[in-house]
Write a protein of this length. Structure first.
Length: 365
């Protein structure tokens, strides 16, 4: 009788495959959950960055409005201004500020300073001394409101050449409105470039004219990112954030309505937040997670392979031993009897079988 043992499907192969599959599944689940959590936190950080940049913009616009209104209040409260305005003395009105407006622009962002009479007719512009005599009431609601109510008016609205932030204050003399002081800052590239540098991003402003969005200012090196449909969604207040690659940087781009002093929508502000560092961190985390999963799987495969080969070897030797005993070879040595596990118990049982066979052969002799 042959003691040869043939195994068509080794146990160690199935043990290795099952163990590796279990570890691979567990690694995928744990890694997937970790990646999901990491992605969620990263998305929150990116959204927070975009919200922060928009807050910088809105806060600066509000601060600029207060600055403009504050200067207009100071000028309107000067009795000399009221007297000059009432007399229509343009040169006397403009002379004190002609040399200081440039410094005010550099230090406080104020670019426009206009004096108009009680009918809204421009008496003089400090920023454009040669242009006067036009009617502001027809196109400037803040001026119209200030003259009609006798109260200060401030906010965003179209100016003579661009959408601007205005502070408009009535000038009174003897209890009657004799004109207004109008101080403004244009929402042009000059204004947004400073903010774009502060937040390391980009801005673009669009004005709605005849159903189409016309770009008034942009800090992008090339064309802005958003499409007309996305600008419309921003105007409606329903535009989602979206990612865009501009040059070698990653941006999260959003759009919010631009409203005038009375709360009516007049355009859209596009804001692009530079999230390159955050996106790079996200990509790095992804690759690290993938590398960790691969290393874990490789180590698990090697461990299960060594364990299964060792287990399979012990079982194979035990099987061959039993086959030799069955063939009548009672000189075979039973290995593994000192093992503390199930294989040790099996070896001891085989030893009992061998001892019985040896005793039987002695009796037969």
């Amino acid at each position: 009788m042959s003691a040869e043992v043939r195994v068509s499907r080794p146990l160690w192969v199935r043990t290795t495959a099952c163990g590796f599959a279990a570890v691979l599944f567990a690694s995928a689940v744990i890694g997937g959950l970790g990646w999901y959590r990491q992605s969620t936190l990263m998305s929150q950080a990116i959204d927070a960055e975009a919200s922060s940049d928009l807050n910088v913009l809105t806060t600066d616009m509000e601060a600029q409005q207060r600055t403009n209104l504050g200067l207009a209040l100071a000028l309107a409260g000067d009795p000399a201004v009221a007297a000059k305005l009432k007399a229509g003395d343009r040169e006397a009105l403009l002379a004190p500020y002609a040399d200081t407006l440039k410094n005010m622009t550099a230090r406080s962002g104020i670019q426009l300073m206009t004096f108009a009479d009680a009918n809204g007719m421009v008496v003089g512009r400090v920023h454009e001394p040669a242009k006067f005599g036009d009617d502001m009431k027809g196109r400037r609601k803040t001026v119209e409101t200030a003259i009609a109510t006798g109260q200060p008016s401030a906010g965003v609205e179209p100016g003579k050449s661009a959408i601007s932030i205005f502070g408009t204050v009535p000038v009174t003399a003897d209890g009657a409105v004799v004109g207004v002081v109008d101080v403004g800052t244009q929402l042009t590239g000059e204004y947004f470039s400073r903010l774009a540098k502060d937040v390391d991003g980009n801005f673009a402003v669009y004005v709605l004219k005849e159903g189409k969005f016309e770009r008034q200012a942009s800090t992008y090196a090339n064309d802005p990112v958003l499409t007309p449909d996305e600008l419309q969604a921003g105007f409606n207040g329903t535009a989602p954030h979206r990612y865009a690659v501009v040059g070698d940087k990653d941006y999260l781009v959003s759009a919010v309505p631009l409203v005038n002093f009375s709360g009516a929508k007049i355009g859209v502000i596009e804001a692009a937040s530079d999230v390159t560092a955050l996106m790079q961190s996200q990509r790095t985390a992804l690759w690290l997670s993938l590398a960790a999963a691969i290393c874990t799987a490789a180590i698990a495969l090697a461990g299960f392979y060594l364990f299964a080969r060792s287990l399979g070897g012990v079982i194979r030797r035990m099987t061959m031993t039993m086959a030799r005993l069955a063939a009548g070879d009672l000189n075979v040595e039973i290995e593994g009897q000192k093992r503390p596990d199930e294989l040790g118990s099996m070896a001891q049982a085989v030893q009992v079988f061998k001892d019985g066979a040896v005793a039987q052969r002695r009796l037969e002799a």
